[in-house]
Ligand binder design. Sequence first.
Ligand code: HEM
Length: 133
Amino acid sequence: MDTNSAEVIQKTPYALMGGEEPLRRLVKRFYEIVDSDPMAAPIRAMHKDDLGPIQEALFEFMSGWLGGPALYSERTGTICLTEPHAAFEIGEPERDQWMHCMRRALDETEVSDEVKAMLEQPLLGLADFIRNV
Ligand code: HEM
C-alpha cells in the first residue's frame, strides 16, 4: 500500500499500535504489573483474585476507545465507566497508581514512542475522570 500523509493522518491509535494482538499484550502486561508492583498494592486489593475477566473487559474497552472494534459497548450497551467504579473510592493516589501501571505496561510492551506520546494525556484525562473522591 502507498503511504502518503493523508493515510497516516487517518490511522487510528489502534491501527498505529498494530491492532488486536499488541493491545492484548499491553493489557495483559498492565494487569501483571497491577498484580506484582508494590506501588499498586492498594488498587490490586480493590480487584477480585482472578484478574482474567477484568483483563478481557479492559481489552474490549480500550479496543473501542483507541478507534478499533467497539467490543465493550457492543457487549454492555455503554461506554460509561462511572458505574463499574462506583463501589470503589478512587482518588488521586489510586489514579496515579493506575497510571503508573499503564505507563510501565506501555514501556514494557512494543508500543512505539509516537503512540505512547499520543496516549499519555488522553489516558490521564480518562483516569482522572474515573476519580470519584
Ligand atoms: C483511576 C484508577 C482506576 C482504578 C483504581 C480502577 C479500578 C477498577 C476496579 C476495582 C474495577 C472492578 C474490577 C472487578 O470487577 O474485579 C474496575 C473495572 C473496570 N475498569 Fe477500572 N480503574 C481505574 C481506571 C480505569 C481506566 C482509566 C479505565 C479505562 C481505560 C478502566 C477500565 C475499567 C473497565 C473496562 C472495567 C470493567 C467494567 C465492567 O465490569 O464492565 N479503569 N476498575
